[in-house]
Design a protein around this ligand. Structure first.
Ligand SMILES: Cc1cc2nc3c(=O)[nH]c(=O)nc-3n(C[C@H](O)[C@H](O)[C@H](O)COP(=O)(O)O)c2cc1C
Length: 566
């Protein structure tokens, strides 16, 4: 059997009707059917103009040239046509209605009598296809589908396209969510069985039909629960006029540097993604290890506090480590509740949205903030790039200077370093590295031009010694040499956090030691221990693990500190 599945939810693949249809398709495939899927949302289908050109001027051919040119031959060829879509206003979404209206070219204009009613004959009397309906709806009662079923009975009543059966699932709104799929395993098994039966015998067996109806019928108690959860869901995420969050004056804002679970909550607040639930205003109370903390979401921002918020939207009671495990996805929140490790009060729907609210996307606050550090200047060069730029005069000195051993190379290096220094002096503030480089390279040029042998015979040794001292010496400053640049990627509030400072101290220390090692290599070579070139190459080769270390460490280490609590 050749089956065409028309997937008609405007939500595309993230829809309940799509999920149900996929299980039905599995069943069809098991029965040996070939299946062809069309995602209607992605097709360009113009609405029928009602011009009857397809009857009068170009019989069987519509005036529109769009994706119906691809879909109509599929419809004509299919033995089974499955429509899968959500109920919209007791009927079908507009995109599906367009697709049905545009099937007019498949019939002829003559009027005939069929089953006591007037209709049009098919252009292809040999065609014999069955039509099957899969529909999902927000409301739970089956009666909501009555008008739709009646529409299908009347629209597909001919031998060429005969409506033969349906799967109708009410209360299906949660079904479109990926994380809810496991809750429908039993229903999906029945849907798969139905697909298999339709693929084999052309229709669902009485038994499977009854089982599906039983599984999708809400008891009185289930209906009450359904209304409660539904209302809670919409209340949580609809713009809230009456529910304003009041932050008590006694509440103390949590910082990343507070350590442990406090750091973790502060980190959550920084990761807040206002796009997940636009307009959300909520107070999420945490009672962790008996201490109260809360996250307040208001005006598109989230802040973490120690204390209690009035009328919390959601209250989570657990121990700090359990919450960190849930937040770092080592533990599933639902599982923690089921195992009694966490107690939840209030709007469960908000808990379900936690992943989106605090998970993936980077918060707006983490956008590059170079301007806050003033590193860009009129050249508009991002902060971190300046660190590479100040290496340019050093490279000029090392490459040009080594190749020619001329004073010009030393003078050029001093000139470039001075230009960079003065640019920052005029536009913002030179860093320790920029100031230190300019001073050293000017002195080096002077020593070279003056022909001071102690320096000219040991330039690489002195350069590396100086760089090592500069990088290690910067550990005594607040931000260290690298931190002065990398902070430009962070919002100002994070500049003084232990996570940021520690990461830079370690990176800076390791680079300082690297330069000292290069100085040692150079010293050994100048004093007769092997070829200078080999020592130089050794230093360059070491650069590879150094760059790898820096790239990996600067991401890995902060994450580690964040999850452990600093
Ligand atoms: C415009 C519109 C009209 C809707 N009309 C109805 C309706 O009449 N009855 C109903 O039960 N649900 C109605 N719903 C809810 C959808 O049927 C429900 O959300 C469904 O589960 C969505 O399925 P999907 O995920 O496959 O798109 C409507 C939804 C929208 C967006």
């Amino acid at each position: 059997m050749n089956a065409l599945i028309l997937l008609g939810s405007p939500r595309g693949r993230r829809s309940s009707s799509y999920h149900v249809a996929q299980h039905f398709i599995n069943g069809l495939a098991l029965a040996g059917c070939t299946t062809d899927e069309v995602l209607v949302r992605d097709c360009a289908i113009n609405p029928c103009r009602g011009c009857f050109t397809c009857w009068l001027k170009t019989p069987g051919r519509c005036v529109h040239r769009d994706d119906m040119d691809m879909i109509l031959p599929k419809i004509e060829k299919a033995d089974l046509i499955v429509y899968a879509f959500p109920l919209y206003y007791f009927s079908m979404p507009g995109i599906v209605k367009n697709l049905i209206d545009r099937q007019l070219p498949l019939v002829r204009p003559e009027l005939i009598e069929r089953n006591g009613r007037t209709g049009h004959p098919s252009r292809n009397p040999d065609r014999k296809s069955r039509v099957f309906l899969i529909a999902t709806a927000g409301f739970p009662e089956r009666s909501h589908f009555d008008a739709l079923v009646s529409t299908f009975e009347k629209s597909f009543g001919s031998e060429q396209a005969k409506f033969t059966g349906s799967i109708l699932i009410g209360g299906a709104e949660p079904m479109h969510r990926e994380e809810m799929q496991a809750a429908y395993t039993d229903l999906y098994t029945l849907v798969e069985k139905a697909g298999y039966e339709v693929g084999q015998k052309g229709n669902i067996s009485e038994q499977t039909n009854r089982d599906i109806i039983r599984r999708t019928t809400f008891s009185a108690a289930a209906l009450t629960q359904f209304h409660k959860i539904g209302n809670s869901y919409w209340k949580s995420f609809a713009p809230q006029e009456n529910k304003k969050i009041q932050i008590p004056a006694s509440a103390k804002i949590l910082k990343l540097s507070d350590g442990g679970v406090k750091s973790f909550l502060a980190g959550m607040a920084l990761r807040y993604n206002p796009g997940a639930v636009p307009g959300l205003e909520a107070g999420m109370q945490f009672l962790l290890d008996g201490s109260p903390y809360f996250l307040a979401v208001k005006d598109g921002e989230c802040r973490a506090y120690a204390g209690r918020v009035e009328n919390p939207t959601l209250t989570l009671t657990t121990d700090g480590q359990t919450w960190i495990d849930i937040g770092t996805r080592k533990l599933n929140g639902q599982q923690a509740v089921m195992e009694g490790k966490m107690k939840v009060d209030g709007e469960l729907a908000l808990l379900m949205k936690m992943g989106e609210l605090f998970g993936g996307k980077k918060p707006a606050a983490q956008k590059p903030m170079e301007d806050a550090n003033g590193r860009r200047g009129p050249l508009n060069i991002p902060g971190m790039l300046w660190m590479n730029i100040i290496f340019i005069p050093w490279m000029v000195k090392w490459i040009w200077g080594s190749l020619t051993a001329t004073s010009e190379a030393f003078a050029a290096a001093a000139g470039i370093a001075s230009l960079i220094f003065f640019y920052h002096l005029l536009t913002n503030r030179p860093t320790l590295f920029e100031t230190g480089s300019a001073i050293y390279l000017i002195i080096a040029a002077g020593l070279k031009i003056g022909g001071i042998a102690l320096y000219t015979q040991n330039t690489i040794f002195f350069d590396n010694l100086y760089l090592g001292a500069l990088w290690l010496g910067s550990l005594m400053t607040t931000f260290t040499l690298t931190g002065e640049y990398s902070r430009s990627n962070l919002p100002k509030e994070l500049w003084h956090t232990p996570v940021f400072l520690k990461t830079n101290q370690i990176i800076c220390g390791v680079w300082g030691l690297y330069f000292l090692l290069c100085a040692l290599f150079s010293f050994l070579s100048v004093n007769g221990l092997g070829e200078e070139l080999y020592w130089r190459i050794g230093g360059y080769i070491l650069l590879v693990p150094m760059f790898v270390f820096t790239a990996v460490f600067q991401n890995w280490y902060p994450k580690r500190l964040m999850t452990q609590g600093s």
